[in-house]
Design a protein around this ligand. Structure first.
Ligand SMILES: C[S@@+](CC[C@H](N)C(=O)[O-])C[C@H]1O[C@@H](n2cnc3c(N)ncnc32)[C@H](O)[C@@H]1O
Length: 271
């Protein structure tokens, strides 16, 4: 044990450079403790190894690396997911698509998650419903990670490799997707954590809508009559995405806002 650094000291060092709750999450994770322990035993000394790891992690976070890549985990919909570089870090706003999907899902539903990444949406739905869930991604690392997260959480999701619908040969009651939707020349791609995340998870081509267009065009061939498509999109894409739903023959087209009040999910039904 180090005789110099207490839990309280570590937390105050993190708070000098990071906002809360990030300072707390980083400190607890780097010291291998629960967040509640930080406050229950502030005067406890930490080991030299843990103190050094804590310093290293703060330095990496200050350089802009996402905390999830540093700690190797991220909470989504109350589930603790393993995350590693090369896979998109699930965002809180993506919980909106889960909220929209739940009322459309029952025990018999066949659900497809396109571009599953870590499995965030598929696993949240598997945790909440008895639906039969299939998840696909074009990136083998994502397929492996989704399977790993499902196994660790004891949730059942069928995961496979597919370029959108290329390996899909049946119809579903519900298709959900958080596809890449940032335009390739959007300056935000250079911001904070985004620069560390994979282009294939973020970039939706010239106008940001390439992947969304493909999914909306092809989805009618993979939905049962009365089935629904839910797509997450960028903060300024709601109108364009709703038009694409209309052009593809969807009805009951709806826009739903995320927790920050930004229109974030478009949904439509196949007649
Ligand atoms: C914005 S990320 C979403 C990841 C995850 N669903 C989430 O919400 O955290 C987009 C995902 O789509 C995948 N993707 C990109 N192009 C794809 C394609 N042509 N076919 C299937 N998946 C694709 C990426 O690998 C990435 O995992």
């Amino acid at each position: 044990m180090s005789q110099t650094e207490t839990i309280k000291h570590c937390l105050s060092v993190a708070r000098r450079v990071l906002p809360n709750p990030e300072a707390e999450i980083l400190t607890a994770s780097a010291l291998g403790l629960d967040r509640s322990t930080l406050y229950a035993f502030p005067e406890y000394f930490v080991s030299d190894k843990a103190a050094q790891r804590h310093k290293d992690w703060i330095a990496r976070r200050v350089r802009g690396e996402p905390l999830a890549y540093i700690s190797g985990e991220k909470e989504f919909w109350g589930l603790n997911l393993i995350i590693y570089p090369g896979v998109l870090v699930p965002r809180p706003e993506t919980e909106t698509i889960v909220e929209c999907a739940l009322p459309l899902t029952d025990g018999d539903s066949q659900v497809l998650d396109l571009g599953t990444g870590s499995g965030a949406i598929a696993l949240a739905l598997a945790n909440e419903t008895k639906a039969n869930i299939t998840a696909v991604d074009i990136w083998p690392e994502c397929v492996d990670l989704c399977r790993l997260n499902a196994d660790r959480l004891g949730l059942h999701v069928t995961v496979s490799l597919s370029d959108w619908f290329s390996n899909i040969s049946r119809r579903f009651d519900l298709i959900v997707s958080n596809p890449p939707y940032i335009a390739v020349n959007d300056p935000h791609l250079k911001n904070d954590g985004l620069a560390f995340e994979p282009d294939i998870a973020l970039c939706g081509g010239k106008d940001g809508l390439e992947a969304i267009r493909t999914i909306i065009n092809e989805a009618p061939s993979y939905l049962r009559s009365g089935g629904n498509l839910l797509i997450e999109h960028g903060h300024n894409q709601s109108r364009q995405v709703a038009s694409l739903f209309e052009e593809s023959g969807f009805t009951e087209i709806r826009a739903t806002a995320d927790i920050a009040g930004t229109l974030r999910v478009c949904s439509g039904s196949m007649p």
